[in-house]
Design a binder for this molecule. Sequence first.
Ligand code: GLA
Length: 399
Amino acid sequence: MSPLTQSVLLDGERLQAHKALSAFRDAFGGEPRLFRSPGRVNLIGEHTDYNDGFVLPAAVDKAVYIAVAPAPGSRVEIRAVDLGEGHAFDLGRLEKSGRRWPDYLIGVVDQLIKRGAEVGAFRCAFGGDVPIAAGMSSSAAIEAGLAYALNALFELGLDLLDLVKLAQKAENEFVGVRCGIMDQFANIFGREKSVLKLDCRSLDWAYYPFDRPDLGVVLCDTRVMRELASSEYNVRRRQCEEGVRSLARHEAGLGSLRDVSRDLLDAHREELDPVVYKRCAYVIEENGRVEAACDDLGRGDFAAFGRRMSASHAGLRDDYEVSCRELDILVEAAAGVRGVYGSRMMGAGFGGCTISLVEDGAVGALEEAATGAFREAFGRAPRFYVGRLRSGTREIRLS
Ligand code: GLA
């Protein structure tokens, strides 16, 4: 596979890319190859990926930049530029590092080796501006970005979908987080000014243009560290599995909530734990919302699209119960601003960001309203990012 080159870098992107490049030169010397691996947003379709459902993510301008070059022998040296930390390991001995960030990279090497890929030793410095623990998938950006970079560097011949699956497996098996496939998929397959509708069962995908010039995507970051996110995430997964197990008694071949209609769920409501019922109902509705939201995009009806985002938040808050007070306050504040089409929590939940669809002229008013409400409730301000939809992971060249 010949690596594609990102055509034009934005100023902020160029700055981050230079930072990774000079950190590499300072630490190791020599000339590395450079890759840009973006964070992602998700417009709608939350907690549906691991239920074989639909998601609608996009890659953004916040990204991790990975400078990497082959090294002699079997010793791999990696540096996290923003943390000012380094780590080294031997290709013949892949073990958990005892810290979080090296495991993302070691996990990718581990998966490559398990597939029999002839990956050699390398040196790598990476850093960037994807906010950590904000729900923009900085970990997927590191994993999928490194998988892509090593595939190019050592000419491993893996296709893009292989890289997505491999990066997800690294997170599932080595890091130990049971995430779905959305983040890694958006990271690799993202496209400029487009959202990506992914069917997480068949892995078919389609792009939808998302570039009305007067509309943008604004993220409000609660800066709440998502302590509960991974434990509750696994609880939600188990609850969905429990729902499928119970319903499968009535319908042979039922493998996931994707196969469950609202009628089937309601017909057996009495047999289900009420909490499990709520979780399943949310997932079924959310899948329907993604499909309807794509129809909205087809018609250019962004107002309808925004209303579905808000309905998604209500479901996540009341039925799936993965929101928190901070996220709810931001969504409520956004709802009162003219020119905001819709707003919802994004990602796993329990903190991180909300995502809002906003007319350009209303961004200031949204920031003001959200900051005011948030300050009043919590005595501090949220942080804002205006998300530009960019391409997925690519090799870049700095002139
Ligand atoms: C996290 C996971 C994704 C997805 C979302 C919820 O971001 O990594 O796979 O499940 O939560 O939609």
